[in-house]
Unconditional design. Structure first.
Length: 139
């Protein structure tokens, strides 16, 4: 079950049912089930506070993933900075919606066990993101 929350942002997320279906399909494609997933949309300031408090990182980011996975059931919290997603969309020449979808699937892929510390891991993560974004577009 996917739950949506909003912290320190006026952002409103539409299309929840469709998004839930897509994320469920992503999990199943990774041979997992989607458990309790919290998607928390927030501001840059809010995510910086989370980054400092829980990860001891003093910088802004677009997403922080807290993994509560048990076996093949993907569960966790995805903190997504709407501000950073907007900035990234401009920087990468894409729409806000496309960048937001990329960030959401990026978080789910982390829950599925993918990482992005090395160049090879980043390459694999990007391929997976692109694959699932194409899947979403064809639903």
């Amino acid at each position: 079950m996917v739950s949506y929350f909003f912290e320190d942002t006026p952002f409103v997320f539409k299309g929840r049912r469709f998004n839930n279906q897509w994320l469920r399909m992503v999990a199943e494609s990774e041979v997992c089930r989607l458990g309790a997933l919290g998607i928390i949309f927030c501001s840059d300031r809010y995510i910086l506070d989370i980054n400092q408090k829980y990860l001891q990182h003093d910088y802004f980011t677009d997403i922080i993933t807290f993994d509560y996975r048990e076996g093949n059931v993907l569960s966790g919290d995805l903190f997504i900075s709407v501000d950073s997603v907007r900035e990234n969309a401009l920087e990468y020449g894409t729409t806000f919606e496309d960048e937001l979808n990329r960030v959401m699937v990026h978080g789910v892929l982390h829950l599925a066990g993918y990482d992005d510390h090395t160049e090879e891991e980043q390459r694999i993560m990007r391929q997976k993101e692109n694959y699932y974004l194409q899947m979403r577009a064809s639903l």
